[in-house]
Design a protein around this ligand. Structure first.
Ligand code: C2E
Ligand code: MG
Ligand code: MG
Length: 578
């Protein structure tokens, strides 16, 4: 103190029980008027509390500083005037690297912003910070570009209000978001590319005639092209997210349900492409669509998995195939009819005709059958039509008539069907006359069933045939009455003995008043012409009782006796059912 200094202060740490203590020792020089040192005044004060508080403030400030320094963003703390009271290391480094870009400690940040007035981002920053100082509830965020030495960089500036003891009022941060923005841009452009790719895909797949849909790994529909929408009756919107299997493939053609594991499309789950030539999808309205399809599993680079199914409606192909099969069968029948005749494999079944009043069998209708080489018996539904179409019916009719003669020759009454073509064949009645004489058959035991079709083909020819047979003593029945020509006018010109009421009006007689009216009318007409009525296709007792009540004389049908084979006994053919 002898020198120039007049005072001396020293804080001393003592290690005292129970802990450290600080004393502030102060020495003060007391001088006379001439400046000579008179004496030194010393004081000693316990400043332990003060020292501990100071240390803790310093420690928390250091802690705050270290924390701020560890952040990537550049951060500054401003007081209420905008003066920077604290910065972190990134702030300092950035300011150093970008001359004048940020303000230094002690500078007024608002003024720094004002210096760059005119720059839209600097203006916004200044306005934002001022706004925050006025309104503590406000928030400020701004993204701005920064022309770096290399590529342009992007920053986000944030500022928020700080309320607490001390001078700090605002915390300002600048964060480099270039990488995040690039990643975002990448995602956006990828999405745009995907969308474009989606548009292309849609355009391409919509131009295909094939139906196409895609599913995810769970089998849920993710995509459908227009053809698939049309063929399946589902809109992509409604189908999206639904399990494809439930939509189109849950039933077999016979209507039974497909267990999902048996569904061929489900097999694509195990990494197989499936090709199916002939299958059925179910339309939204429930009808079945014959399809051929290929189902392929896929896995994209991004890990999306699923299955793409391309399918075509093969209805037309199937119809063509079926038509071809039918044609082939038709053609095969042309040859088969000839071999059946040659190999004598046609045969006649007999079905009893009953007098409803007495319940006695009064007649048998002979019905044509084919015995296949394997023993199967085939009814005439298919081959008679073909025989008529391809001119083979004459041979069949002649075969039937000759066999009927041999049966009639044994004394059994028979009723046979004869095609329109034979009815109008001018040589036919002479032929029949010769066979009757040849077989010594009683013509009165033979009933010829003709249909109205013969009258349509050649009315004069049909009338001549009927008259000649009538003159010979044979009987005539008009078969399938009510389904054909529909004109009764010629009935009285034909020597008809009976009218066979078609099964169509008999089948539902018990429930249909229309059928009842038809039967009533036919009975009235027949009685007016003195003609008998025979009801075809009687399948139950109720119908039989009604027919009796309506005045129908005879009946034929499964209820009374099915067509049965004629068996050969001692060279004679007799119906078993008689
Ligand atoms: P159609 O002359 O009207 O013969 C009656 C048909 O009805 C027969 O069929 C007979 O089996 C069937 N039928 C009899 N009762 C019932 C019944 O209760 N319910 C049902 N649902 N059906 C019954 P099929 O034998 O198949 O003969 C069909 C047609 O073929 C015959 O109709 C006839 O037009 C023709 N046809 C049969 N045999 C000959 C033949 O030898 N020559 C000619 N040219 N045509 C024949
Ligand atoms: Mg008949
Ligand atoms: Mg009939």
């Amino acid at each position: 103190m002898s020198g120039e200094r007049d005072d001396y202060v020293r804080r001393v740490r003592y290690q005292l029980p129970p802990g450290p203590a600080w004393l502030e020792n102060r020495a003060e020089a007391i001088r006379d008027r001439d400046g000579r040192l008179m004496y030194v005044r010393g004081t000693s004060q316990d400043v332990t509390e003060q020292e501990l508080a100071r240390q803790s403030v310093a420690a928390s400030r250091d802690f705050l500083q270290a924390t701020l320094d560890s952040l990537a963003a550049s951060i500054a703390v401003l007081d209420e005037t905008g003066t920077i009271v604290m910065t972190n290391r990134p702030w300092v480094d950035f300011a150093a690297a970008n001359d004048g870009a940020l303000a230094d400690l002690g500078e007024n940040y608002l003024k720094v912003c004002d210096r760059a007035a005119g720059d839209q981002f600097a203006d916004r920053a200044a306005a934002g910070l001022r706004g925050l100082l006025l309104d503590p509830e406000a928030e400020f965020r701004m993204e701005y570009p920064w022309p770096g030495p290399g590529a342009e960089r992007f920053f986000v500036m944030r500022a928020s209000h700080f309320t607490g003891p001390g001078a700090a009022r605002l915390v300002v941060s600048h964060q480099d978001v270039t990488t995040r923005r690039q990643a975002q841009d990448e995602v956006v452009s990828q999405a745009r590319r995907l969308e474009e790719a989606g548009d292309y895909l849609r355009a391409i797949t919509n131009s295909m005639g094939e139906g196409l849909f895609a599913t995810d790994i769970e089998g849920r529909v993710t995509y459908m092209n227009e053809a698939a929408e049309q063929l399946l009756g589902w809109s992509q919107h409604d189908a999206q997210g639904q399990v494809m299997h439930d939509l189109v493939h849950n039933r077999r053609p016979d209507g039974s349900y497909f267990p999902i594991d048996e569904c061929p499309i489900a097999a694509t789950r195990y990494g197989d492409t499936v090709r199916v030539q002939d299958d059925t999808f179910i339309h939204q309205d429930g009808h079945q669509i014959p399809v051929a399809y290929t189902a392929s599993p896929f896995r994209t680079d991004h890990g999306a998995q699923g299955c793409v199914v391309a399918f075509t409606d093969i209805s037309e192909r199937k119809a063509r195939e079926q038509a071809l099969l039918r044609d082939a069968e038709t053609l095969s029948w042309i040859g088969r009819i000839q071999t059946t005749l040659a190999e004598d494999r046609f045969l006649l079944y007999a079905q009893p005709i009953i007098d409803i009043g007495t319940m006695q069998v009064v007649q048998h209708e002979l019905l044509l059958r084919v015995r296949e080489p394997d023993g199967t018996i085939i009814g005439p539904g298919r081959y008679l039509q073909i025989a008529e179409q391809y001119g083979l019916i004459d041979d069949i009719d002649r075969w039937v008539i000759r066999h009927a003669m041999t049966i009639a020759a044994t004394g059994l009454p028979v009723q046979i069907n004869i095609s329109a073509r034979s009815v109008v064949d001018p040589t036919m009645h002479d032929q029949i006359e010769r066979w009757i004489q040849q077989h010594h058959a009683d013509p009165r035991l033979i009933v010829f069933e003709i249909t109205e079709t013969a009258l349509m083909v050649d009315e004069t020819g049909a009338r001549r045939f009927a008259q000649r047979l009538h003159d010979l003593g044979c009987k005539l029945a008009l078969d399938d009455f009510g389904t054909g020509y529909g004109s009764f006018s010629h009935l009285k010109q034909l020597p008809i003995d009976s009218l066979k009421i078609d099964i169509e009006f008999v089948r539902d007689l018990a429930v249909s008043s229309a059928s009842r009216l038809v039967v009533e009318a036919v009975v009235a007409l027949a009685h007016g012409l003195n003609v008998q009525t025979v009801a075809e296709g009687v399948e139950d007792a109720e119908t039989l009782a009604m027919l009796h009540e309506l005045g129908v004389e005879c009946a034929q049908g499964y209820h009374l006796g099915r067509p049965q084979p004629l068996s050969l006994i001692d060279g004679e053919r007799r119906p078993l059912a008689a």
